[in-house]
Design a protein around this ligand. Structure first.
Ligand SMILES: [Zn+2]
Length: 457
């Protein structure tokens, strides 16, 4: 919390109002993939109370706030299953590298030198971009130092998140100042869990973010798994089997292949989500399936770092839950989930030379309800259904890229971008509407980003 007061924004909390949201088309992402035309939703106390035709909802309810939906699609807020908000100030500084050089030469030295204020504003800029482009929930990895300020930024922004500090105790060619002593890692983590886990009415859940096996000793990995068992609903989030060079270094360090090494450390299971999961042998795919481990597919990152193509179809055939993530700005270089949904379908079509591979409706599920399942949050979010949290977004279809519009799902995946988002709501609270952020002062975030840019230059 050190220094937070000096740059924290002073805002009054936006009070929750009961709200009716209207839409020409409502894409629910429920079990039946229902699409309702000329629809409305009644929201009260942060929850979806009723869904129906515009006429019926207005007959049955009156609300303090009505969000008109002419020329709009409403869909569930997108779930980004792998992000690094804190890396946002490094956007555009690490282009055209392969994974390990990218990490060792730019990203980790960049993270290591952040001040506490830079951690706060870099993360806040990341969350602002997510909110602006339709993400309502993210599974976010911060950095090692000043990480409490990254969590404070998530709290401030209003986004829903599994989030936590980056855990690493091995140098492995990285700047020495970014790693911590094993005991310090666990001590700080436990303090942060006690402070932040299941706070903000359940909107913030802590996450154990082991960076990857090259930066974590076997001792640390065992302590992380032990820590996880001491708490309810605490997920382990780590990178795994992302590039071939990384896999061969892991083999030298752990004397086993990546997924087998994680299995030997008892780090697989339904409360583990692995980012990437590209380079696996048959037995490793089986280990993922049998342990019910979750995967986050990050297509832009995989393309930009030339890491490879994740076999999403194979995971689906095995019944493995796969979400979609943007990864961080130095390897994407944005948080627009619409771009990653589109790329995810294209990559599977090309990989399998099958035009039916991962159709639009399937990839939309991955970015909503499947993503929510992958991070064990689907009872509350991921679809627009009665009783769930009111996490939803509005898309403007009065645009050149929306004509003609035969099928809303085709439009959302193949024609839309995050810039078409006009409204983002989390738990019934509007975070962004028609160009205005409601929880954060974007001018202050911009000033901080430009100052960082000048100092770096
Ligand atoms: Zn990542």
């Amino acid at each position: 919390m050190r220094n937070l007061k000096s740059f924290e924004f002073q805002f009054s909390l936006v009070m929750l109002k009961d709200t009716i949201l209207e839409a020409d088309m409502l894409v629910t992402c429920d079990g039946q993939n229902s699409v309702i035309n000329d629809a409305a939703i009644y929201v009260s106390e942060g929850l979806i109370v009723d869904i129906g035709s515009r006429k019926k909802i207005h007959e049955d309810y009156s609300a303090k706030q009505i969000i008109e939906g002419q020329n709009k699609i409403i869909l569930p807020g997108l779930v980004n299953t792998h992000s690094h908000s804190v890396q946002t100030f490094l956007r555009g500084k690490a282009d055209d590298y392969a994974l390990l050089d990218w990490l060792r030469q730019v990203v980790l030295p960049g993270e290591a030198n952040y001040t506490s204020e830079e951690v706060y504003f870099s993360s806040l800029l990341g969350f602002a971009e997510m909110i602006r482009t339709g993400t309502t929930t993210t599974n976010d990895m911060l950095t090692t130092h000043h990480s409490n300020l990254g969590i404070e930024a998530a709290v401030k922004s209003g986004i829903r998140a599994r989030i936590g500090k980056m855990l690493m105790d091995v140098e492995s060619g990285f700047p020495a100042i970014i790693k911590e002593e094993t005991e310090t890692v666990i001590e700080t983590t436990r303090k942060q869990i006690d402070t932040y886990h299941q706070t903000q009415d359940g909107r913030i859940k802590y996450s154990l973010n082991a960076r990857f096996l090259l930066s974590c000793s076997p001792k640390l990995m065992r302590l992380i798994v032990e820590t996880q068992h001491d708490y309810e609903d605490l997920m382990l989030h780590t990178h795994a089997s992302e590039s071939q060079a990384e896999c061969s270094e892991v083999k030298k360090m752990y004397n086993d292949s990546y997924i087998r090494a994680l299995n030997n450390l008892n780090a697989l299971g339904s409360e583990t989500i692995l980012a990437h999961g590209i380079w696996l042998d048959d037995a490793e795919f089986k280990l993922i399936q049998e342990s019910n481990t979750r995967i986050t597919h990050n297509p832009s990152s995989n393309c930009k770092l030339a890491s490879g193509i994740c076999d999403v179809l194979r995971y689906h055939e095995l019944g493995v839950l796969v979400g979609i993530g943007t990864d961080g700005p130095p390897c994407n270089n944005n948080f627009d989930m619409f771009r990653d949904m589109r790329l995810a379908t294209f990559l599977q079509k090309v990989k399998h030379l099958n035009e039916q591979a991962l159709p639009a409706s399937r990839v939309l599920k991955m970015a909503t309800i499947d993503g929510a399942k992958a991070i064990n949050w689907d009872k509350e979010i991921g679809s627009i259904e009665k009783g769930k949290k009111a996490d939803m977004i509005m898309i403007d279809i009065d645009q050149v890229n929306a004509l003609p519009l035969y099928d809303p799902i085709s439009h959302l995946i193949y024609s839309s971008s995050g810039k078409d988002v006009t409204m983002t709501m989390v738990g019934g609270k509007i975070l962004y509407h028609n160009g205005q952020f409601k929880t954060l002062d974007f001018d202050k975030v911009k000033t901080a980003a430009k100052k960082f840019q000048e100092n770096w230059s």
